[in-house]
Design a protein around this ligand. Structure first.
Ligand SMILES: CC(C)(COP(=O)(O)OP(=O)(O)OC[C@H]1O[C@@H](n2cnc3c(N)ncnc32)[C@H](O)[C@@H]1OP(=O)(O)O)[C@@H](O)C(=O)NCCC(=O)NCCS
Length: 156
C-alpha cells in the first residue's frame, strides 16, 4: 500500500473521526474535529492517506508565538508499527519549525510505550508530570518537549 502525508482539509473530518474512534477511549466529536481543522491561524493538521484517499492517521498541533503544542497523533491499528507514526510526526514537526516554532510540547500517558518510544527517538525529553491528567482510565501524563536544536535527524 502506498501512503502519502498531506495537509488536512475540512473534508477530512470524517476520516479523522474514524481514526479517533479506533485510537482513543474518548474520541473527539465531529464538531471538535471541524473546529480544529478550520482554525488555521492557530492549528496545523496533517493526514496519512492511501491511493484511494482513505485516511489512516493524522497529527496536529497548535502554534502560539514560538511554541507548538501537539494536540493528537494517531493511526488506525492496521498500520501501526510500520514507521508511519514517525513519518507523520517528523513532517508535522518540520512544518512547525518552518512556521516559526522553536519548541514543541506534548502530553503522553505513562503507559503508552509505543508513543514514548517514538517521542524519545525524535528528541523529546520529559519536562514535568501532570497528575491524573487522563481519564478512562485515570492516569498521569508526562509533559515532554523537543527544542528545534535537539530534534533528531538521524535515521532519516
Ligand atoms: C503512537 C503511534 C502514533 C506511533 O505510531 P507508529 O506508526 O505505530 O510508530 P512507528 O512505527 O513510527 O514507530 C516509531 C518507533 O516506535 C517504536 N514502536 C512502535 N510500536 C511500538 C510498540 N508497540 N512498543 C514499543 N515500541 C514501539 C518503533 O519500533 C519505532 O522505533 P525504532 O525505529 O527505534 O524501532 C501509534 O502507535 C498510535 O496511533 N497509537 C494509538 C494512539 C496514541 O496513543 N497516540 C499518542 C497519544 S500521546
Amino acid at each position: 500500500m502506498s501512503m502519502r502525508v498531506r495537509e488536512a482539509q475540512r473534508k477530512d473530518w470524517e476520516g479523522i473521526c474514524q481514526v479517533e474512534q479506533e485510537a482513543f477511549s474518548q474520541p473527539w466529536t465531529k464538531d471538535a474535529v471541524i473546529r480544529e481543522l478550520m482554525n488555521i491561524d492557530l492549528t496545523m493538521y496533517y493526514v496519512l492517506e492511501d491511493e484511494q484517499g482513505v485516511i489512516w492517521g493524522y497529527a496536529g498541533l497548535w502554534h502560539v508565538l514560538d511554541e507548538g503544542q501537539i494536540t493528537n497523533i494517531a493511526l488506525r491499528k492496521a498500520c501501526r508499527d510500520r514507521g508511519y507514526g514517525e513519518l507523520l510526526l517528523r513532517l508535522l514537526m518540520e512544518a512547525a519549525w518552518k512556521r516559526g516554532c522553536s519548541v514543541i510540547f506534548l502530553e503522553v500517558r505513562f503507559s503508552n510505550l509505543p508513543a514514548l518510544h517514538l517521542y524519545r527517538k525524535l528528541g523529546y525529553t520529559v519536562v514535568s508530570v501532570r497528575k491524573q491528567y487522563y481519564t478512562q482510565p485515570t492516569e498521569d501524563a508526562y509533559v515532554m518537549s523537543c527544542e528545534q536544536k535537539k530534534y533528531h535527524w538521524a535515521d532519516k
